[in-house]
Design a binder for this molecule. Structure first.
Ligand code: 5AD
Length: 383
């Protein structure tokens, strides 16, 4: 079957109990057979190509207090009540010209798309800044191969609906906003007010209504999260009709709030190896269940194993996000400990990531946006 010839409207998810068993490592035939089923589905639905999105972490300023995150608003200030200077990230926002340089780097590397990620800020100056850089990237990356410029995925957290609209009109056509967990109680334990599960779901709906291709995902290895909970996460992805999925293992962060995390029993559950295996199974089962979506082999996989991202590709992922953040800032953008590539330059990351795809015998998309067939089939393509 040619990629994209099935109709995802006919998508029928495996029963939750069956997905739960596979996620717990009880697939008949084991994880190897699970991975090859996922690869078969991938080849039939989205093809073998790996799409690249240059990942630019353009600011670590954040107004939110997610307990687990290394760039939370008061990161490093509450480790057993003692301020730990070494884990307080230096706050930065790249200049417009640094951002444009990174965009040109993506263009020259043939990535075709970039992801702009930052902490969450909603003030008018930030919104105007993002809008301006979107317009400039679009204007300055238009080439014969990319007549509409680089494809841009935005990942700047929850915003007002009119702000999503402004960003969409300025040229962003994909938006990543993880649900982190589809269990509302666990969501509430991980995220202090004013964040709320319902508002996060509402945001995902608004983004879709505006016309974005929408990505979501969860962290894997959260306390109390077994196969059944992960299977429900996959059902959630299907229910909101996500186009893209980004997931990775849950990892301790140097600046995160250990005291609160401990008190709330939020420290990562399971060994490193177990979390990595679960994350890989989660990619495979998500591929088998959702079929024609894009799934990223995320950087966090590589924090737990040097070949974690290749393994992600082997379990059915089809997107890689090489970091293009200037080397001097990477140290300040550690959402979790052990993040790889923090002492690399963008050029080194580009060569390395293309090598990772090649090592698992997968072609890399050159100069294309690499939208998910699911999105194009649903008509979610920018006007
Ligand atoms: N471990 C793993 N992933 C994390 N993220 C933030 N903190 C951590 C952590 N400690 C992820 C969240 C967020 C994404 C940008 O980074 O899922 O959505």
């Amino acid at each position: 079957m040619e990629p994209g010839t099935s109709t995802s409207d006919e998508r029928v998810l495996p029963p939750v109990e069956e997905m739960a068993a596979w996620l717990d490592g009880r697939h008949p035939g084991g994880d190897g057979v699970l991975a090859s089923r996922a690869r078969e589905t991938m080849l039939a639905e989205v093809g073998p190509a790996v799409h690249m999105r240059g990942l630019l972490e353009f600011s670590n300023s954040c107004t939110q207090g997610c307990y687990y995150c290394g760039i939370r608003n008061d990161a490093g200030r509450s480790v057993r009540g003692v301020r730990r200077a070494e884990s307080v990230p230096l706050r930065f926002t790249l200049s417009e010209s640094e951002i444009l340089d990174a965009a040109r780097h993506c263009l020259n590397a043939g990535f075709g798309s970039m992801t702009l990620q930052s902490g969450e800020r909603r003030d008018p100056a930030f919104v105007a800044f993002v809008e301006r850089i979107l317009r400039r990237i679009k204007a300055e990356t238009t080439t014969p191969e990319l007549p509409e410029g680089l494809g841009i995925t935005l990942c700047v957290g929850e915003q007002r609906r009119d702000v999503y609209e402004r960003f969409f009109n300025a040229g962003a056509h994909r938006y990543l906003l993880r649900i982190e967990t589809s269990d509302p109680d666990l969501f509430a334990r991980l995220h202090p007010p004013p964040q709320s599960f319902d508002r996060r779901v509402q945001a995902l709906t608004e983004l879709q209504e505006i016309g974005y291709q929408v990505g979501t995902g969860v962290m894997i290895g959260l306390p109390g999260q077994g196969g059944e909970e992960l299977a429900r996460d996959i059902s959630f992805f299907a229910a909101i009709d996500a186009d893209m999925i980004g997931m990775g293992p849950y990892i301790e962060a140097p600046g995160s709030a250990y005291v609160e995390m401990n008190r709330r029993s939020l420290l990562p559950a399971g060994s490193t190896a177990e979390r990595l295996r679960r994350a890989l199974r989660m990619i495979a089962v998500t591929r088998i269940a959702l079929r024609d979506v894009n799934i990223a082999a995320t950087t966090a996989l590589q924090a737990l194993s040097p070949t974690g991202r290749e393994a992600g590709l082997m379990f059915g992922a089809n997107v890689l996000m090489p970091i293009v953040t200037p080397g001097s800032r990477r140290d300040s953008y550690q959402l979790y400990q052990g993040k790889p590539c923090i002492d690399e330059a963008a050029e080194a990351c580009t060569a390395c990531i293309i090598g990772r795809a090649a090592r698992v015998s997968r072609p890399v998309t050159q100069n294309g946006w690499g939208d998910a067939p699911h999105a194009t089939r649903k008509g979610r393509i920018p006007a």
